[in-house]
Design a protein around this ligand. Structure first.
Ligand code: CDP
Length: 783
C-alpha cells in the first residue's frame, strides 16, 4: 500500500466533539474515584535519611493500630523473590522496599495495609525503623571520586554507571584547536520534576477468576502488563491493566514504581483489593525526576561566525538507581540531537552517568529522551558565541542553519533530519515580533542604563520513537498500533496502543479516521488504555503518539478503505479498478454521479458484501521508518529591574512547525501548556538537595507552579513543513514548547545583562540569582 504525505494544511474535519460527553476529559473516571467492596488502602513508610544502614524494623506497634491488616518490608519481598524491580532502562534494577540500606531520602521502606486511608497512615507512623547514617554523595562530581560506593549490590564497585559517546572525538578536538573563535561554558539543566496535578496511584484487585485487575495511572499500559508479568511471574493473560483518565503524566507516569508492586503483593496476600494513591510529597520526592545534566559545551567558529565544531561533555546525576526510561540502545536518550538546527562539519558528545543519594528517574519530562537538555545546551551556547563574536544572535543562526534544500539532512551526530525550513521559520518569527523595532528600543534603553533583553531559540526536536531497528524498551520494539472498526451504520471505534493524559487523542484520533473514511468524527469512538481491548502499543510519552500511533491509525483506516473499495465496486456493479475515492465518496471513474458513500458501504459490509469477506475493520502495527524532526523559532522579550533583579517577560512568540496539523486548537493548547512549563523551569523550579542529601522541595510551597498571574501572554504562529515519511505528514508537537522555550527565556535575561559582562546564569533564573549577578558585576566594575 502506498503511503504519501498530505499537502501542508490542517486536516479538514471540523471539531465539534466538545458537545459529546463521552469524549470530554475529566469525566471523573480517575484511579482515586474507584471504590471496590472490601478495598484496603496502602501507605508507605519512607526513609528520613538519604544514605543509611537499616539496623532494625519493628512493626509490632503498627499492626496493633485499629484497622491495620498487614505490614510488609523489603525482607518479606526478598523472601518472595520480589525484592528488586528491573528498571525500564534495562541497565539496572531498583529495590522495591529497602533491603539492608536506604539510598535516598523518602525511599520506600515498608508498606502498611489498612481498612481506611487514615488507618494506613497511622500504621505507617509507628513502624519503628533504626538507621545508622552513612556518608552522603549529593552530586555527580563527588560520586566520580568513588570514595563512597553507593551500590555494593553491583558487580562494578564504582558510582559510574555508563559512558556513552557519539561523533568524531579526534576530529572535533583538531577542529576546535584550529578555530579562530572558541567558547566554552558549563551549563547545568537543573533537576526538576513533571509534578502532574494528579499524583501516581493504583488499585490492584484479583477477581473471582484469580485475574489481576490493575487500574493504574500509566502512560504505557501494555508495557506495564508485560513488566508486571516478568516481575511477579503472573502469566500475562491473567493481568488486565486499565489506565482510566489521567490528570497529566509528562513522563512521570512511565516508570513502574515500588508502590505498584506493593499494592499487587498486598492484594494477593490479603485477598482484597488494595488502593494506593501517592501524596504530593511522595510524588515530588520519590517518582521520576527530570534533567540534572551538567553540560560542558564548546563551540568553535571562524572569525566571521561560521561554525566549525561542537563538543559536549556531560555529567549526569541519575540518583540511586538508573531508572531513566530511555530506549535500551540509548542510555543518554536522543542527546545526539545536540547539534540542533545547525550545520557542523564535525561534532562530539559524551555523557557519563553517576549514582548519587537522590531519587531515581531521569525520565523524559515533556521531552523526547534528553532532547530538552540537548536543545537548551546548544541554544544557550549559540548565544554565548554570538556575544563573543559581537554578532547578532539571529544572524549567527541564519548563517549556520541547515538549508531547506539539504533535507533529508545527515547530522554530524548520526540523525537523518526528515524535513525543515529553518530560515523561513526564523524570518517569520522575527517579522511577527517586530525584531528591528525591538533592537532599536533596546539600544535606546541601554543608552539610559536600562536592562532589556531579546532571547532567541531556534530548536530542532527528534520525536516519534521509534524505528524498530534502533529503539526498544525492555527488548520490546517501539512500534505502535491501531485497530479501526466501522459498524453497519457507519459509526465506528478506533483503539490505539497509546494513552492520552490530556493531549486530546479522543478528538484527534477520531479526526484521522473520519478524514480518511469520510465519516462524521463525532460518531467515531476512541478507546485507549485498556490492555484487554487495545492492540499492543508502547504508550504515550516523548511526543510519539502522532508520529507513531497517528500513523498506525491512518494506515489502518486506509486498509479499511481498501476493503470498502471492493464492496463499493460490488454495489456499483463495476470492477474494482473502475472505482476511485474522491471527495469522500467512492465514484465510478469519470462518472461522478454514480457513487456510494462510506456509510452505504459500511451497511453493505454487514448486509450485502457480495463476493467479499463481510465486516469492515483493520489493524496496523506501525514501525516508523525514521523519527520526525519538528522545529521552531521562539523569541522572548524581557525587562530586568536593575535594583531588584526582577525579570518581566514582556512578550513571547512561539513559532512551531510540526508538519501537517491534525487539529489546530489541540496543537495551540499543547503549546500554551508546554510554554507555561518551560517558563516555570526557566524561572521557578528546581528539586534542590542540600549537601546532606535532604530534599528541599517536597511540596508546592517550595516547588513552585506558575499561576495565571505569573504566566506571560503567549503569542503563537506556525509554518507547515510536512514529514516526508509520515502517512499524514505530521510530526509530534506536545514537547516542542518545553524543549524550545527555556533557552529563549534565559537567552533573553542574559542578553539584558550582557552590557554588565554577565555571560551565563543557571536555571532557575530567580530574582535572587539575577540580583546577585548584577551586584557582583557592578562590584567587579568598580574595582
Ligand atoms: O504523544 P503525545 O500525544 O503527548 O504528543 P503529540 O503526538 O505531539 O500529540 C499531542 C496532541 O496534539 C495530540 O492530540 C495530537 O493528535 C495533536 N497533534 C496535532 O493535532 N497535529 C500534529 N501535527 C501533532 C500533534
Amino acid at each position: 500500500m502506498s503511503i504519501e504525505a498530505k499537502p501542508g494544511k490542517s486536516l479538514g474535519v471540523a471539531m465539534k466533539r466538545k458537545e459529546d460527553p463521552r469524549f470530554i476529559q475529566g469525566k471523573g473516571h480517575y484511579v482515586d474515584d474507584i471504590s471496590l467492596p472490601g478495598m484496603l488502602y496502602m501507605a508507605i513508610v519512607r526513609s528520613p535519611y538519604p544514605h543509611a544502614t537499616i539496623t532494625s524494623i519493628d512493626i509490632s506497634e503498627a499492626i496493633k493500630v485499629s484497622g491495620v491488616k498487614a505490614v510488609i518490608t523489603g525482607k518479606d519481598l526478598e523472601a518472595a523473590g520480589l525484592g528488586w524491580l528491573p528498571t525500564f532502562h534495562g541497565l539496572d534494577k531498583q529495590m522495591v522496599l529497602a533491603i539492608g540500606k536506604v539510598l535516598f531520602q523518602y525511599q520506600e521502606v515498608a508498606a502498611v495495609y489498612a481498612e481506611s486511608r487514615g488507618a494506613a497512615a497511622d500504621g505507617a507512623e509507628v513502624v519503628q525503623v533504626d538507621y545508622d547514617p552513612l556518608p552522603v554523595v549529593a552530586d555527580p562530581f563527588t560520586a566520580k571520586k568513588d570514595e563512597t560506593i553507593l551500590r555494593p549490590d553491583r558487580e562494578a564497585k564504582t558510582n559510574h554507571i555508563y559512558h556513552w559517546q557519539v561523533g568524531d572525538k579526534d576530529g572535533t578536538a583538531r577542529a576546535l584547536d584550529g578555530s579562530a573563535k572558541k567558547v566554552k561554558q558549563r551549563i547545568w539543566f537543573q533537576r526538576c520534576h513533571p509534578a502532574p496535578l494528579e499524583p501516581c496511584g493504583c488499585v490492584a484487585e484479583f477477581d473471582k477468576m484469580g485475574r489481576l485487575q490493575f487500574h493504574v495511572t500509566s502512560q504505557a499500559p501494555h508495557v506495564y502488563r508485560t513488566a508486571l508479568s516478568l516481575v511477579t511471574g503472573i502469566p500475562e493473560d491473567k493481568i488486565h491493566v486499565i489506565s482510566p483518565d489521567i490528570g497529566g503524566g509528562f513522563g512521570n507516569k512511565v516508570p513502574v514504581y515500588a508502590g505498584y508492586v506493593c499494592a499487587v503483593v498486598g492484594a494477593l496476600k490479603l485477598g482484597r483489593p488494595v488502593k494506593w494513591i501517592e501524596t504530593r510529597t511522595e510524588n515530588l520526592t520519590s517518582t521520576g525526576f527530570a534533567r540534572d545534566y551538567h553540560m560542558d559545551v564548546e563551540l568553535g567558529a571562524t572569525a566571521d561566525g561560521k561554525l566549525t565544531a561542537l563538543r559536549v561533555s556531560t555529567a549526569a546525576d541519575h540518583g540511586a538507581f538508573d531508572a531513566a526510561a530511555d530506549p535500551t540502545k540509548y542510555p543518554a536518550g536522543m542527546f545526539g540531537v545536540v547539534t540542533g538546527s545547525y550545520q557542523f562539519p564535525v561534532a562530539f558528545a559524551e555523557v557519563d552517568a553517576y549514582f548519587t543519594n537522590k531519587a531515581p528517574g531521569g525520565i523524559a519530562y515533556r521531552c523526547s529522551f534528553r532532547v530538552t537538555e540537548a536543545s537548551y545546551g546548544i541554544e544557550r551556547a549559540m548565544d554565548i558565541l554570538a556575544d563573543e563574536l559581537g554578532m547578532d544572535a539571529a544572524e549567527l543562526r541564519r548563517k549556520n542553519f541547515v538549508k531547506k534544500e539539504q533535507f533529508p539532512y545527515a547530522s554530524a551526530l548520526g540523525f537523518t533530519y526528515d524535513s525543515g525550513d529553518y530560515h523561513q521559520a526564523l524570518e517569520k518569527a522575527l517579522d511577527k515580533i517586530g525584531y528591528p523595532a525591538l533592537l532599536k528600543e533596546q539600544a535606546e534603553k541601554r543608552g539610559r542604563g536600562e536592562l532589556m533583553g531579546i532571547g532567541i531559540s531556534t530548536f530542532t526536536e527528534v520525536v516519534g520513537a521509534g524505528p524498530s531497528k534502533h529503539f526498544d524498551i525492555l527488548g520490546i520494539k517501539m512500534f505502535d498500533s491501531a485497530e479501526v472498526r466501522i459498524h453497519p451504520t457507519g459509526a465506528g471505534i478506533v483503539r490505539a496502543g497509546t494513552k492520552s493524559q490530556g493531549q486530546g487523542h479522543e478528538t484527534t484520533w477520531a479526526q484521522i479516521v473520519a478524514e480518511e473514511l469520510g465519516l462524521d468524527p463525532q460518531t467515531i469512538m476512541v478507546e485507549e488504555g485498556d490492555t484487554d481491548t487495545a492492540p499492543y502499543g508502547l504508550g504515550t510519552y516523548a511526543s510519539r503518539s502522532t508520529p507513531v500511533a497517528g500513523a498506525a491509525i491512518a494506515t489502518a483506516a486506509r486498509r479499511v478503505r481498501e476493503k470498502a473499495k471492493k464492496i463499493a465496486a460490488h454495489l456499483l456493479e463495476v470492477g474494482e479498478a473502475d472505482v476511485e475515492w474522491k471527495d469522500y465518496n467512492f465514484q465510478v471513474k469519470g462518472v461522478p454521479t454514480k457513487s456510494v458513500t462510506m456509510k452505504e458501504v459500511a451497511f453493505a459490509a454487514y448486509t450485502n458484501p457480495g463476493p467479499n469477506e463481510p465486516g469492515l475493520e483493520a489493524t496496523n502495527y506501525y514501525d516508523p521508518p525514521n523519527m520526525t524532526f519538528p522545529f521552531g523559532a521562539y523569541i522572548a522579550v524581557v525587562d530586568v529591574d536593575r535594583e531588584t533583579g526582577e525579570v518581566k517577560v514582556r512578550r513571547f512568540l512561539a513559532l512551531d512547525d510540526c508538519g501537517t496539523v491534525i487539529n489546530p486548537l489541540v496543537v495551540e493548547g499543547q503549546i500554551h501548556g508546554g510554554l507555561t512549563e518551560g517558563f516555570a523551569i526557566a524561572f521557578m523550579q528546581e528539586i534542590q538537595y542540600d549537601a546532606q542529601g535532604n530534599n528541599l522541595n517536597t511540596n508546592f510551597t517550595d516547588y513552585l507552579l506558575p499561576t495565571s498571574l505569573e504566566t506571560p501572554h503567549w503569542e503563537t504562529a506556525n509554518t507547515v513543513t510536512p514529514s516526508p515519511h509520515h502517512p499524514l505528514g505530521a510530526k509530534g508537537v506536545g514537547e516542542s514548547p518545553n524543549v524550545g522555550s527555556p533557552a529563549a527565556f534565559v537567552n533573553a535575561v542574559i542578553d539584558a545583562l550582557s552590557p554588565l559582562g554577565i555571560r551565563h546564569i543557571d536555571m532557575p533564573v530567580t530574582r535572587d540569582k539575577v540580583w546577585r549577578a548584577i551586584r557582583d558585576a557592578e562590584a567587579r566594575r568598580e574595582k
